[in-house]
Design a protein around this ligand. Structure first.
Ligand SMILES: Cc1cc2nc3c(=O)[nH]c(=O)nc-3n(C[C@H](O)[C@H](O)[C@H](O)COP(=O)(O)O)c2cc1C
Length: 206
């Protein structure tokens, strides 16, 4: 089994990575492989709502990491996204990536367990965390929780390492995701996926 971890920070080895690594360490200890994608500091354009991806399952723009992330997410058994907190929200780069990964394509990720983690210096963590969970909860993805909302506090990796409660939250998240993935694997031949209704699209109720 493999879990995809997307680091939405421009800093490859920064605070968000420090948190994600703590999660990944527990997944690895439980025998689950991990794949990291770092968004880095390059530009990532937002979704332009063209709908072209509905035909192909890929974004019409082949710049940047979006289509690679779509393919990695399709192959992964679980998905974790991490972000620094920017003005009480996730990074713009990560939102742009996720907008283009999910819009018109969320069915690709249905029933894959998912989680978000955020890193902030001081405040806005739970607002950013909530925003990221919106991608999963519109996509039939089971959201894996921890013992608290998934945040670490620090402005440098060293400060994050001093956030002992934050790191513990990350380790618990890793073990909880491993537990859910193993349960799903054990039950895959005996428990079928939930029945789905044809989607009702009520754009505006008059
Ligand atoms: C543009 C910008 C906005 C930020 N906004 C917040 C904020 O709202 N709340 C906060 O506590 N920290 C804020 N920070 C600090 C970062 O969230 C924090 O240092 C984070 O741990 C950095 O993670 P990284 O090393 O993975 O990039 C901001 C940083 C930047 C660059």
């Amino acid at each position: 089994m493999n879990v995809l971890l997307i680091n939405g920070s421009p800093h490859k080895n920064g605070c968000t990575y420090t948190a994600l690594s703590e999660v990944a360490g527990q997944l690895n200890q439980e025998g689950i492989e991990t794949t990291f994608v770092h968004l880095g500091s390059g530009p990532i354009r937002d979704c332009n709502g063209c709908g072209g991806c509905a035909q192909t399952g890929h974004c019409v723009f082949h710049d940047g990491p979006v289509n690679e992330c779509i393919d990695l997410a399709k192959q992964a058994d679980g998905i974790i996204v991490g972000s620094p907190v920017y003005y009480a929200g996730p990074s713009g780069a990560l939102c742009s990536l996720l907008n283009r990964m999910f819009y018109g394509k969320s069915e690709l990720y249905a029933y894959k367990p998912a989680a978000a983690v955020v890193s902030c210096r001081r405040g806005g963590a739970s607002a950013a965390f909530d925003r990221l969970n919106k991608y999963f909860t519109i996509a039939n993805m089971p959201v894996v929780s921890s013992q608290y909302w998934n945040a670490v506090h620090g402005n440098t990796p060293d400060e994050v390492r001093q956030d002992l409660e934050g790191l513990q939250i990350m380790r618990t998240l890793g073990r909880n995701m491993a537990w859910l993935l193993k349960n799903m694997e054990a039950a895959k031949d005996t428990v079928s996926l939930p029945k789905r209704e044809p989607p009702a699209k009520t754009n505006f109720i008059r």
